[in-house]
Design a protein around this ligand. Sequence first.
Ligand code: AMP
Ligand code: MG
Length: 488
Amino acid sequence: MRYQNTYVNLDTRLYHEQPPTPLDNPRTGHFNTQVAQQLGWTNDEDLMTNWVEILGGQYVPADFKPLSMAYAGHQFGQWAGQLGDGRGLLMAQVLDNGGHPQDLHLKGAGLTPYSRMGDGRAVLRSTIREYLCGHALTQLGIPSSNALGFVVSDTRVRRERIEAGAALMRVADSHIRLGHVEWIASFAPDVLGEFTDYMIDTYYPECRDSETPVLAFLTAVVERTARMIADWQLIGFAHGVMNTDNLSITGSTLDFGPFGFMERFNPAWINNHSDHTGRYSYQNQPAIGHWNLNVWLPHFMRLEGVTRETLADCLAPYEATFMQHYQQGLCRKLGLPHQRESLTLAFEWLTLLEDNLLDYSNSFRALLGLVAPNEHPHEQQLLSTMTAEFNNEALEVWQNWSTRYLTQIKQLPTEQAIHDMQANNPVYVLRNSMAQRAIDAAEKGQFEEVNRVFELLANPYSVQDIAIDLDTMPPAPHAPQMPISCSS
Ligand code: AMP
Ligand code: MG
Protein backbone atom coordinates (compact mmCIF):
# COMPACT_ATOMS: atom_id res chain seq x y z
CA MET A 1 0.00 0.00 0.00
CA ARG A 2 1.08 3.57 -0.58
CA TYR A 3 1.04 5.16 2.88
CA GLN A 4 0.48 8.85 3.39
CA ASN A 5 0.06 9.26 7.14
CA THR A 6 -0.16 13.04 7.23
CA TYR A 7 -2.69 13.62 10.03
CA VAL A 8 -0.02 12.81 12.56
CA ASN A 9 2.00 15.80 11.33
CA LEU A 10 -0.73 18.24 12.38
CA ASP A 11 -0.85 20.09 15.70
CA THR A 12 -0.74 17.50 18.50
CA ARG A 13 -3.83 18.90 20.22
CA LEU A 14 -5.91 17.48 17.34
CA TYR A 15 -5.36 13.78 18.10
CA HIS A 16 -4.02 11.19 20.50
CA GLU A 17 -1.60 8.55 19.23
CA GLN A 18 -2.42 5.13 20.62
CA PRO A 19 -2.76 1.47 19.57
CA PRO A 20 -6.08 -0.40 19.58
CA THR A 21 -7.06 -2.54 22.58
CA PRO A 22 -7.13 -6.17 21.32
CA LEU A 23 -10.41 -8.04 21.05
CA ASP A 24 -10.57 -11.50 22.54
CA ASN A 25 -10.22 -14.27 19.91
CA PRO A 26 -11.17 -12.32 16.78
CA ARG A 27 -12.62 -14.33 13.90
CA THR A 28 -13.56 -13.67 10.29
CA GLY A 29 -16.85 -11.92 9.69
CA HIS A 30 -16.42 -10.86 6.08
CA PHE A 31 -13.65 -9.51 3.86
CA ASN A 32 -14.31 -7.16 0.94
CA THR A 33 -11.81 -8.31 -1.71
CA GLN A 34 -12.74 -5.52 -4.12
CA VAL A 35 -11.98 -2.82 -1.54
CA ALA A 36 -8.77 -4.63 -0.57
CA GLN A 37 -7.64 -4.66 -4.21
CA GLN A 38 -8.48 -1.00 -4.69
CA LEU A 39 -6.33 -0.14 -1.66
CA GLY A 40 -3.39 -2.32 -2.70
CA TRP A 41 -3.93 -4.39 0.49
CA THR A 42 -4.00 -7.61 -1.56
CA ASN A 43 -0.44 -7.01 -2.80
CA ASP A 44 0.96 -7.10 0.73
CA GLU A 45 1.49 -10.58 2.12
CA ASP A 46 1.78 -9.40 5.72
CA LEU A 47 -1.57 -7.58 5.53
CA MET A 48 -3.30 -10.46 3.76
CA THR A 49 -2.05 -13.11 6.20
CA ASN A 50 -2.80 -11.08 9.29
CA TRP A 51 -5.96 -9.21 8.39
CA VAL A 52 -8.05 -10.79 11.18
CA GLU A 53 -5.39 -9.95 13.79
CA ILE A 54 -5.13 -6.40 12.44
CA LEU A 55 -8.88 -5.85 12.63
CA GLY A 56 -8.93 -7.56 16.03
CA GLY A 57 -6.42 -4.98 17.27
CA GLN A 58 -3.83 -7.66 18.06
CA TYR A 59 -1.30 -6.67 15.48
CA VAL A 60 -0.42 -3.21 14.22
CA PRO A 61 1.70 -3.20 11.03
CA ALA A 62 4.77 -0.99 11.23
CA ASP A 63 3.50 1.46 8.58
CA PHE A 64 0.28 2.18 10.46
CA LYS A 65 0.07 5.26 12.72
CA PRO A 66 -3.00 4.67 14.90
CA LEU A 67 -4.58 7.69 16.54
CA SER A 68 -7.91 8.95 17.82
CA MET A 69 -9.14 12.30 16.52
CA ALA A 70 -10.70 15.16 18.46
CA TYR A 71 -13.91 16.62 17.11
CA ALA A 72 -17.08 18.22 18.43
CA GLY A 73 -20.56 18.65 17.06
CA HIS A 74 -24.16 19.72 17.13
CA GLN A 75 -26.39 16.76 17.98
CA PHE A 76 -30.12 17.08 17.32
CA GLY A 77 -29.64 20.81 16.92
CA GLN A 78 -27.83 21.34 20.24
CA TRP A 79 -24.16 22.12 20.79
CA ALA A 80 -22.69 18.93 22.28
CA GLY A 81 -19.15 20.14 22.97
CA GLN A 82 -16.19 17.79 22.63
CA LEU A 83 -16.91 14.33 21.20
CA GLY A 84 -14.06 12.73 19.25
CA ASP A 85 -13.21 9.15 18.27
CA GLY A 86 -14.55 7.34 21.32
CA ARG A 87 -14.27 3.86 19.88
CA GLY A 88 -12.48 4.16 16.57
CA LEU A 89 -8.93 4.84 15.49
CA LEU A 90 -7.51 6.25 12.32
CA MET A 91 -5.07 3.41 11.60
CA ALA A 92 -3.47 4.57 8.37
CA GLN A 93 -3.92 6.95 5.47
CA VAL A 94 -3.11 5.56 2.04
CA LEU A 95 -3.44 6.36 -1.64
CA ASP A 96 -5.61 3.87 -3.50
CA ASN A 97 -5.00 2.53 -7.02
CA GLY A 98 -6.56 5.65 -8.50
CA GLY A 99 -4.23 7.89 -6.45
CA HIS A 100 -7.11 9.01 -4.19
CA PRO A 101 -6.60 9.39 -0.43
CA GLN A 102 -8.32 6.76 1.71
CA ASP A 103 -8.43 6.45 5.50
CA LEU A 104 -8.39 3.09 7.23
CA HIS A 105 -10.33 3.53 10.45
CA LEU A 106 -10.87 0.71 12.91
CA LYS A 107 -14.28 1.04 14.58
CA GLY A 108 -14.69 -0.82 17.85
CA ALA A 109 -10.99 -0.57 18.73
CA GLY A 110 -11.31 0.15 22.47
CA LEU A 111 -11.10 3.12 24.80
CA THR A 112 -9.61 6.47 23.81
CA PRO A 113 -9.36 9.80 25.62
CA TYR A 114 -12.65 10.69 23.86
CA SER A 115 -14.67 7.69 25.02
CA ARG A 116 -16.57 9.70 27.66
CA MET A 117 -19.02 7.22 29.29
CA GLY A 118 -18.68 4.60 26.51
CA ASP A 119 -16.75 1.33 26.49
CA GLY A 120 -14.94 1.88 23.21
CA ARG A 121 -16.56 -1.13 21.59
CA ALA A 122 -19.03 -1.89 18.79
CA VAL A 123 -21.42 -4.84 18.75
CA LEU A 124 -21.82 -7.35 15.93
CA ARG A 125 -25.33 -6.19 15.03
CA SER A 126 -24.44 -2.56 14.32
CA THR A 127 -21.15 -3.60 12.71
CA ILE A 128 -23.01 -5.76 10.17
CA ARG A 129 -25.49 -2.97 9.47
CA GLU A 130 -22.67 -0.50 8.83
CA TYR A 131 -20.74 -3.03 6.76
CA LEU A 132 -23.65 -3.90 4.49
CA CYS A 133 -24.86 -0.32 4.17
CA GLY A 134 -21.50 1.13 3.15
CA HIS A 135 -21.26 -1.61 0.54
CA ALA A 136 -24.87 -1.07 -0.61
CA LEU A 137 -24.47 2.69 -1.09
CA THR A 138 -21.10 2.32 -2.80
CA GLN A 139 -22.48 -0.21 -5.26
CA LEU A 140 -25.51 2.00 -5.85
CA GLY A 141 -23.06 4.71 -6.92
CA ILE A 142 -23.58 7.01 -3.94
CA PRO A 143 -20.51 8.52 -2.25
CA SER A 144 -20.06 6.61 0.98
CA SER A 145 -17.60 5.09 3.36
CA ASN A 146 -17.16 1.37 2.78
CA ALA A 147 -15.20 -1.27 4.67
CA LEU A 148 -12.34 -3.65 4.14
CA GLY A 149 -13.94 -6.23 6.38
CA PHE A 150 -15.10 -6.99 9.89
CA VAL A 151 -14.34 -9.46 12.65
CA VAL A 152 -16.39 -10.84 15.52
CA SER A 153 -14.89 -11.84 18.87
CA ASP A 154 -15.39 -13.37 22.29
CA THR A 155 -15.19 -9.94 23.95
CA ARG A 156 -18.48 -9.40 25.74
CA VAL A 157 -20.11 -6.02 25.35
CA ARG A 158 -23.01 -4.78 27.46
CA ARG A 159 -25.84 -3.00 25.69
CA GLU A 160 -29.54 -3.80 26.37
CA ARG A 161 -28.15 -7.34 26.68
CA ILE A 162 -24.67 -8.86 26.55
CA GLU A 163 -23.47 -9.03 22.95
CA ALA A 164 -20.38 -10.03 20.99
CA GLY A 165 -17.83 -7.28 20.38
CA ALA A 166 -16.90 -6.75 16.75
CA ALA A 167 -14.67 -4.42 14.77
CA LEU A 168 -14.94 -2.98 11.30
CA MET A 169 -12.12 -1.52 9.21
CA ARG A 170 -13.91 1.43 7.70
CA VAL A 171 -12.51 2.88 4.50
CA ALA A 172 -13.47 6.46 3.71
CA ASP A 173 -11.95 9.20 1.60
CA SER A 174 -11.77 11.26 4.78
CA HIS A 175 -12.72 11.04 8.44
CA ILE A 176 -12.75 14.80 8.89
CA ARG A 177 -16.23 15.79 9.94
CA LEU A 178 -17.83 19.22 10.06
CA GLY A 179 -17.38 18.77 13.80
CA HIS A 180 -13.58 18.86 13.52
CA VAL A 181 -13.75 22.55 12.67
CA GLU A 182 -16.27 23.12 15.46
CA TRP A 183 -13.82 21.54 17.92
CA ILE A 184 -10.98 23.73 16.68
CA ALA A 185 -13.10 26.88 16.93
CA SER A 186 -13.82 26.10 20.59
CA PHE A 187 -10.63 24.50 21.83
CA ALA A 188 -7.71 25.43 19.54
CA PRO A 189 -8.73 28.39 17.34
CA ASP A 190 -5.11 29.18 16.49
CA VAL A 191 -4.81 26.00 14.36
CA LEU A 192 -7.76 26.79 12.08
CA GLY A 193 -5.53 28.22 9.33
CA GLU A 194 -3.20 25.23 9.32
CA PHE A 195 -6.13 22.80 9.42
CA THR A 196 -7.96 24.54 6.59
CA ASP A 197 -4.81 24.37 4.46
CA TYR A 198 -4.62 20.66 5.26
CA MET A 199 -8.22 20.04 4.22
CA ILE A 200 -7.72 21.92 0.96
CA ASP A 201 -4.37 20.34 0.07
CA THR A 202 -5.47 16.81 0.92
CA TYR A 203 -9.09 16.70 -0.23
CA TYR A 204 -9.72 19.72 -2.46
CA PRO A 205 -6.37 20.42 -4.18
CA GLU A 206 -8.16 21.83 -7.24
CA CYS A 207 -9.26 24.78 -5.07
CA ARG A 208 -5.64 25.97 -4.94
CA ASP A 209 -6.14 27.22 -8.51
CA SER A 210 -8.73 29.70 -7.30
CA GLU A 211 -7.80 33.27 -6.32
CA THR A 212 -9.63 32.59 -3.06
CA PRO A 213 -8.89 28.91 -2.23
CA VAL A 214 -10.71 28.95 1.13
CA LEU A 215 -13.95 30.24 -0.41
CA ALA A 216 -13.63 27.81 -3.32
CA PHE A 217 -13.15 24.99 -0.81
CA LEU A 218 -16.17 25.99 1.27
CA THR A 219 -18.35 26.29 -1.83
CA ALA A 220 -17.20 22.85 -2.98
CA VAL A 221 -18.09 21.32 0.42
CA VAL A 222 -21.55 22.93 0.17
CA GLU A 223 -22.07 21.58 -3.36
CA ARG A 224 -20.86 18.07 -2.60
CA THR A 225 -23.08 17.88 0.49
CA ALA A 226 -26.10 19.01 -1.54
CA ARG A 227 -25.41 16.39 -4.21
CA MET A 228 -24.96 13.60 -1.65
CA ILE A 229 -28.27 14.41 0.01
CA ALA A 230 -30.02 14.56 -3.39
CA ASP A 231 -28.59 11.07 -4.06
CA TRP A 232 -29.99 9.87 -0.72
CA GLN A 233 -33.43 11.26 -1.53
CA LEU A 234 -33.46 9.63 -4.95
CA ILE A 235 -32.53 6.19 -3.67
CA GLY A 236 -34.88 6.51 -0.67
CA PHE A 237 -32.13 6.54 1.95
CA ALA A 238 -32.55 8.18 5.35
CA HIS A 239 -29.35 8.59 7.37
CA GLY A 240 -31.17 9.11 10.63
CA VAL A 241 -28.48 10.93 12.65
CA MET A 242 -27.35 13.92 10.63
CA ASN A 243 -25.46 15.56 13.48
CA THR A 244 -22.53 17.71 12.44
CA ASP A 245 -20.15 15.11 13.87
CA ASN A 246 -21.53 12.56 11.39
CA LEU A 247 -21.14 14.63 8.23
CA SER A 248 -17.89 14.36 6.30
CA ILE A 249 -16.25 17.39 4.69
CA THR A 250 -16.02 15.40 1.43
CA GLY A 251 -19.77 14.98 0.91
CA SER A 252 -19.50 11.24 1.40
CA THR A 253 -21.92 9.27 3.61
CA LEU A 254 -20.39 8.53 7.01
CA ASP A 255 -21.47 6.93 10.29
CA PHE A 256 -24.36 4.52 9.99
CA GLY A 257 -26.68 4.19 12.94
CA PRO A 258 -30.42 3.57 12.68
CA PHE A 259 -30.39 4.41 8.95
CA GLY A 260 -33.03 3.01 6.63
CA PHE A 261 -34.01 2.56 3.02
CA MET A 262 -37.55 3.72 2.30
CA GLU A 263 -40.05 0.91 1.80
CA ARG A 264 -43.72 2.06 1.88
CA PHE A 265 -43.38 5.64 0.65
CA ASN A 266 -43.98 8.23 3.31
CA PRO A 267 -41.96 11.45 3.03
CA ALA A 268 -42.43 12.16 6.75
CA TRP A 269 -40.86 8.81 7.62
CA ILE A 270 -38.72 8.85 10.79
CA ASN A 271 -36.35 5.90 10.77
CA ASN A 272 -34.57 6.76 14.03
CA HIS A 273 -36.73 5.85 17.04
CA SER A 274 -34.99 8.31 19.34
CA ASP A 275 -35.72 11.17 16.92
CA HIS A 276 -38.95 12.19 18.64
CA THR A 277 -39.51 15.39 16.69
CA GLY A 278 -38.65 13.98 13.27
CA ARG A 279 -35.74 16.36 12.89
CA TYR A 280 -33.98 13.79 10.69
CA SER A 281 -37.02 12.45 8.87
CA TYR A 282 -36.58 11.52 5.21
CA GLN A 283 -38.07 14.76 3.92
CA ASN A 284 -36.12 16.97 6.35
CA GLN A 285 -32.71 15.78 5.19
CA PRO A 286 -32.12 18.48 2.57
CA ALA A 287 -33.00 21.27 5.03
CA ILE A 288 -30.86 19.69 7.75
CA GLY A 289 -27.88 19.55 5.41
CA HIS A 290 -28.31 23.30 4.96
CA TRP A 291 -28.72 23.84 8.71
CA ASN A 292 -25.49 21.96 9.40
CA LEU A 293 -23.49 23.91 6.85
CA ASN A 294 -24.98 27.14 8.18
CA VAL A 295 -23.66 26.50 11.70
CA TRP A 296 -20.33 25.32 10.32
CA LEU A 297 -19.38 28.07 7.88
CA PRO A 298 -19.18 31.07 10.30
CA HIS A 299 -16.15 29.51 12.04
CA PHE A 300 -14.10 30.38 8.97
CA MET A 301 -14.62 34.09 9.59
CA ARG A 302 -11.49 33.86 11.72
CA LEU A 303 -9.53 33.53 8.50
CA GLU A 304 -8.37 36.51 6.49
CA GLY A 305 -10.62 37.48 3.58
CA VAL A 306 -13.60 35.52 4.86
CA THR A 307 -16.59 37.68 5.76
CA ARG A 308 -20.25 37.12 6.48
CA GLU A 309 -21.02 38.21 2.91
CA THR A 310 -18.52 35.90 1.21
CA LEU A 311 -19.76 33.00 3.34
CA ALA A 312 -23.32 33.71 2.25
CA ASP A 313 -22.09 33.37 -1.34
CA CYS A 314 -20.58 29.96 -0.48
CA LEU A 315 -23.83 28.67 0.99
CA ALA A 316 -26.09 30.17 -1.68
CA PRO A 317 -25.59 27.40 -4.31
CA TYR A 318 -26.84 24.73 -1.87
CA GLU A 319 -30.48 24.83 -2.84
CA ALA A 320 -29.97 25.14 -6.60
CA THR A 321 -27.37 22.34 -6.60
CA PHE A 322 -29.70 20.09 -4.64
CA MET A 323 -32.74 20.84 -6.83
CA GLN A 324 -30.84 20.42 -10.07
CA HIS A 325 -29.33 17.09 -9.04
CA TYR A 326 -32.56 15.81 -7.50
CA GLN A 327 -34.81 16.77 -10.41
CA GLN A 328 -32.41 15.43 -13.01
CA GLY A 329 -32.17 12.19 -11.08
CA LEU A 330 -35.92 11.90 -10.74
CA CYS A 331 -36.33 12.29 -14.50
CA ARG A 332 -33.68 9.63 -15.12
CA LYS A 333 -35.46 7.24 -12.76
CA LEU A 334 -38.55 7.65 -14.92
CA GLY A 335 -36.68 7.50 -18.25
CA LEU A 336 -37.84 11.02 -19.08
CA PRO A 337 -36.02 14.10 -20.41
CA HIS A 338 -35.35 16.84 -17.84
CA GLN A 339 -38.31 19.08 -18.73
CA ARG A 340 -41.18 20.76 -16.95
CA GLU A 341 -43.75 18.16 -18.18
CA SER A 342 -41.54 15.36 -16.88
CA LEU A 343 -41.30 16.98 -13.45
CA THR A 344 -45.07 17.41 -13.28
CA LEU A 345 -45.41 13.69 -13.99
CA ALA A 346 -42.68 12.87 -11.47
CA PHE A 347 -44.36 14.72 -8.62
CA GLU A 348 -47.76 13.21 -9.48
CA TRP A 349 -46.07 9.81 -9.39
CA LEU A 350 -44.64 10.45 -5.94
CA THR A 351 -48.10 11.50 -4.75
CA LEU A 352 -49.53 8.24 -6.11
CA LEU A 353 -46.85 6.33 -4.19
CA GLU A 354 -47.57 8.26 -1.01
CA ASP A 355 -51.37 8.06 -1.23
CA ASN A 356 -51.25 4.30 -1.70
CA LEU A 357 -48.26 3.59 0.55
CA LEU A 358 -46.46 1.84 -2.29
CA ASP A 359 -42.97 0.44 -1.98
CA TYR A 360 -40.55 3.15 -3.15
CA SER A 361 -37.90 1.00 -4.89
CA ASN A 362 -40.22 -1.65 -6.30
CA SER A 363 -42.63 0.89 -7.76
CA PHE A 364 -39.97 2.79 -9.66
CA ARG A 365 -38.51 -0.46 -10.93
CA ALA A 366 -41.99 -1.73 -11.86
CA LEU A 367 -42.27 0.99 -14.50
CA LEU A 368 -39.83 -1.02 -16.64
CA GLY A 369 -42.54 -3.68 -16.73
CA LEU A 370 -44.83 -1.07 -18.25
CA VAL A 371 -42.35 0.45 -20.71
CA ALA A 372 -40.63 -2.73 -21.95
CA PRO A 373 -42.57 -5.72 -20.57
CA ASN A 374 -41.06 -8.40 -22.80
CA GLU A 375 -37.50 -7.85 -21.60
CA HIS A 376 -38.51 -7.39 -17.95
CA PRO A 377 -40.43 -10.34 -16.46
CA HIS A 378 -39.37 -9.51 -12.89
CA GLU A 379 -40.56 -5.93 -13.33
CA GLN A 380 -43.82 -7.09 -14.92
CA GLN A 381 -44.41 -9.08 -11.76
CA LEU A 382 -43.66 -6.01 -9.63
CA LEU A 383 -46.14 -4.05 -11.73
CA SER A 384 -48.96 -6.53 -11.21
CA THR A 385 -48.22 -6.67 -7.48
CA MET A 386 -48.38 -2.87 -7.42
CA THR A 387 -51.63 -2.47 -9.35
CA ALA A 388 -53.24 -5.29 -7.38
CA GLU A 389 -53.00 -3.02 -4.34
CA PHE A 390 -55.00 -0.21 -6.00
CA ASN A 391 -58.60 0.53 -5.13
CA ASN A 392 -60.88 1.92 -7.90
CA GLU A 393 -59.90 5.51 -7.29
CA ALA A 394 -56.19 4.74 -7.36
CA LEU A 395 -56.65 2.63 -10.47
CA GLU A 396 -58.21 5.59 -12.26
CA VAL A 397 -55.35 7.91 -11.22
CA TRP A 398 -52.85 5.28 -12.33
CA GLN A 399 -54.50 4.76 -15.73
CA ASN A 400 -54.58 8.47 -16.42
CA TRP A 401 -51.01 8.96 -15.24
CA SER A 402 -49.54 5.98 -17.08
CA THR A 403 -51.13 7.05 -20.38
CA ARG A 404 -49.54 10.50 -20.15
CA TYR A 405 -46.28 8.94 -18.96
CA LEU A 406 -46.10 6.60 -21.95
CA THR A 407 -46.53 9.60 -24.25
CA GLN A 408 -43.87 11.67 -22.50
CA ILE A 409 -41.34 8.82 -22.47
CA LYS A 410 -41.31 8.90 -26.29
CA GLN A 411 -39.36 12.18 -26.01
CA LEU A 412 -36.23 10.10 -25.46
CA PRO A 413 -34.92 7.29 -27.66
CA THR A 414 -36.37 4.08 -26.17
CA GLU A 415 -32.94 2.59 -25.55
CA GLN A 416 -31.80 5.58 -23.56
CA ALA A 417 -35.00 5.71 -21.51
CA ILE A 418 -34.68 2.03 -20.62
CA HIS A 419 -31.01 2.38 -19.82
CA ASP A 420 -31.67 5.36 -17.52
CA MET A 421 -34.42 3.47 -15.74
CA GLN A 422 -32.34 0.32 -15.28
CA ALA A 423 -29.30 2.25 -14.08
CA ASN A 424 -31.14 4.43 -11.56
CA ASN A 425 -33.75 2.14 -10.02
CA PRO A 426 -32.26 -0.64 -7.92
CA VAL A 427 -33.89 -4.05 -7.75
CA TYR A 428 -32.30 -4.53 -4.33
CA VAL A 429 -31.76 -2.13 -1.46
CA LEU A 430 -30.76 -3.03 2.09
CA ARG A 431 -34.16 -3.38 3.71
CA ASN A 432 -34.07 -3.49 7.53
CA SER A 433 -35.58 -6.96 7.40
CA MET A 434 -32.74 -8.19 5.16
CA ALA A 435 -30.06 -6.80 7.44
CA GLN A 436 -31.86 -8.31 10.43
CA ARG A 437 -31.98 -11.82 8.93
CA ALA A 438 -28.25 -11.62 8.24
CA ILE A 439 -27.64 -10.41 11.81
CA ASP A 440 -29.80 -13.10 13.44
CA ALA A 441 -27.83 -15.82 11.64
CA ALA A 442 -24.47 -14.18 12.34
CA GLU A 443 -25.28 -13.95 16.04
CA LYS A 444 -25.57 -17.74 15.93
CA GLY A 445 -22.18 -17.95 14.24
CA GLN A 446 -23.50 -18.39 10.69
CA PHE A 447 -22.27 -15.88 8.16
CA GLU A 448 -23.72 -17.35 4.93
CA GLU A 449 -26.58 -14.84 4.92
CA VAL A 450 -24.19 -11.90 5.37
CA ASN A 451 -22.33 -13.32 2.38
CA ARG A 452 -25.46 -13.71 0.29
CA VAL A 453 -26.77 -10.22 1.02
CA PHE A 454 -23.31 -8.83 0.32
CA GLU A 455 -23.25 -10.57 -3.09
CA LEU A 456 -26.77 -9.43 -3.88
CA LEU A 457 -25.97 -5.81 -3.09
CA ALA A 458 -22.82 -5.96 -5.19
CA ASN A 459 -25.09 -5.69 -8.26
CA PRO A 460 -28.16 -3.88 -7.00
CA TYR A 461 -29.40 -2.85 -10.44
CA SER A 462 -29.72 -6.38 -11.90
CA VAL A 463 -32.13 -9.19 -11.17
CA GLN A 464 -30.19 -12.06 -9.62
CA ASP A 465 -30.57 -15.80 -9.15
CA ILE A 466 -29.34 -15.71 -5.55
CA ALA A 467 -32.27 -13.48 -4.56
CA ILE A 468 -35.17 -14.77 -2.49
CA ASP A 469 -38.68 -13.31 -2.49
CA LEU A 470 -38.11 -11.63 0.87
CA ASP A 471 -35.38 -9.43 -0.65
CA THR A 472 -37.96 -7.44 -2.59
CA MET A 473 -40.85 -7.74 -0.16
CA PRO A 474 -41.97 -4.60 1.67
CA PRO A 475 -43.74 -4.81 5.02
CA ALA A 476 -47.57 -4.78 4.96
CA PRO A 477 -48.96 -1.25 4.38
CA HIS A 478 -49.71 -0.28 7.98
CA ALA A 479 -47.37 -2.71 9.73
CA PRO A 480 -45.58 -1.24 12.75
CA GLN A 481 -42.04 -0.21 11.97
CA MET A 482 -39.32 -2.70 12.77
CA PRO A 483 -37.51 -1.39 15.87
CA ILE A 484 -33.83 -0.72 15.23
CA SER A 485 -31.96 -0.20 18.46
CA CYS A 486 -30.03 3.03 18.69
CA SER A 487 -27.43 1.39 20.87
CA SER A 488 -24.48 0.21 18.87
P1 AMP B 1 -22.30 8.04 17.07
O1 AMP B 1 -23.66 8.19 17.67
O2 AMP B 1 -21.90 6.62 16.82
O3 AMP B 1 -22.07 8.92 15.89
O4 AMP B 1 -21.29 8.52 18.21
C1 AMP B 1 -21.32 9.79 18.81
C2 AMP B 1 -20.13 9.93 19.73
O5 AMP B 1 -20.16 8.96 20.77
C3 AMP B 1 -18.78 9.76 19.05
O6 AMP B 1 -17.88 10.62 19.71
C4 AMP B 1 -18.44 8.33 19.32
O7 AMP B 1 -17.07 8.07 19.29
C5 AMP B 1 -19.00 8.15 20.73
N1 AMP B 1 -19.36 6.77 21.02
C6 AMP B 1 -20.42 6.06 20.53
N2 AMP B 1 -20.45 4.82 21.05
C7 AMP B 1 -19.37 4.71 21.87
C8 AMP B 1 -18.85 3.67 22.70
N3 AMP B 1 -19.43 2.48 22.78
N4 AMP B 1 -17.73 3.94 23.39
C9 AMP B 1 -17.13 5.13 23.32
N5 AMP B 1 -17.58 6.15 22.58
C10 AMP B 1 -18.68 5.94 21.86
MG1 MG C 1 -20.66 9.50 14.87
